[in-house]
Design a protein around this ligand. Sequence first.
Ligand code: SAM
Ligand code: SF4
Length: 372
Amino acid sequence: MTQPEPTNTEDATSAATPSDRAPTHEHLRDTYGRSIDYLRISVTDKCNLRCVYCMPASGVPYRPHDELLRIEEIARFVRLAAREGIRRVRLTGGEPLVAKGIVDLIRQIKAIPEIEDIALTTNGALLPRLAPALKDAGLDRVNISLDTLDPAQFGRITRIGEIEGTLAGIDAALEYGFDPVKINCVVVRRLEQDVFGFARLSLDRPLHVRFIEYMPIGNDETRAHGALDPESATYDASLWGQSDVVPTSELIERINASAARAGMPGLEPASSDVPFGAGPACYWRFPDAAGTVGFISAMSNHFCSQCNRLRLTADGTIRPCLFSDDEYSVREALRSGSDDDVLAIYRAALAHKPEEHGLIDGTARFMSQIGG
Ligand code: SAM
Ligand code: SF4
């Protein structure tokens, strides 16, 4: 079946209209005319889970403490990036909620007048404890990663996690009024997830379920270091293969076929009144559902021409493209340089943002190190 054309994408329906985003500064656009107003920051390379699609079973060696950016250094970077046109920030990791000072960082970013939106991507386990403080500090929205509703499968996917923590995190996100609350689900064919059961999460509560195509991030490193653990060979990020990617068209077909078998209407394009965000997802919904079902087709449908973002890694490098290992270290400039030193590196990174990524089958760093 061919995939129906979605009526909207996050870019097309985000709060800022194209004219709102018209460049007010020469560095707002990159070499290819794309407006770069979105910064994703990995605040730590540490994590309290070990998801199979994100890192190898042996884990990822953590950087020494003094090689990681401090909270005030990250805040300084955001203040300067805001002068270059950054308007939205997402904090990620590793697991951002294990980072000491995360609440303080959000408070500092919230105080930057140009920043209109602060979001967080988390596995949710620490949200029940931290949600009130995050809300009070000014966090606007959360994405929570959850790949299955089956507790045993959750344990296998995260290697060390328990599903109750993430489910409680979702409850806390709704209770404390984060809006929207999105659920990120990475689909890996050999994991055989129940995607229809998962999409049904959007029926009763305002949850925006997003299926993400499995990306080949990090497996170069594993190959280079021979870190593959034979015991876990069937579940390991280092074993990414094209056959594990489930394209969006197939997912929609599977969800609709299951819905028909259950006597339910299938997905229809979501209307544009849903608060989407700054990313490349396409949104659908079951009729009358409280939430939506989104698809991020990074592998089957490259969205490079709409790319609006830069990344800052926990160890202080600017990464213009998730899929390219081309990075620009700004750590020393943030520690001992002038604002102009930092901005010169920012501009160099922006100038080298590639027009598009080619067909890749790996990167030197894992997702937890880059910040997904
Ligand atoms: N620890 C937090 C979490 O899991 O939400 C934030 C960091 S995690 C690296 C950010 C996002 O990247 C998560 O939604 C995760 O599912 C996704 N991710 C990790 N590895 C991936 C891969 N190989 N392909 C696609 N998405 C991936
Ligand atoms: Fe940790 Fe997030 Fe990677 Fe899972 S996806 S291992 S929670 S960083």
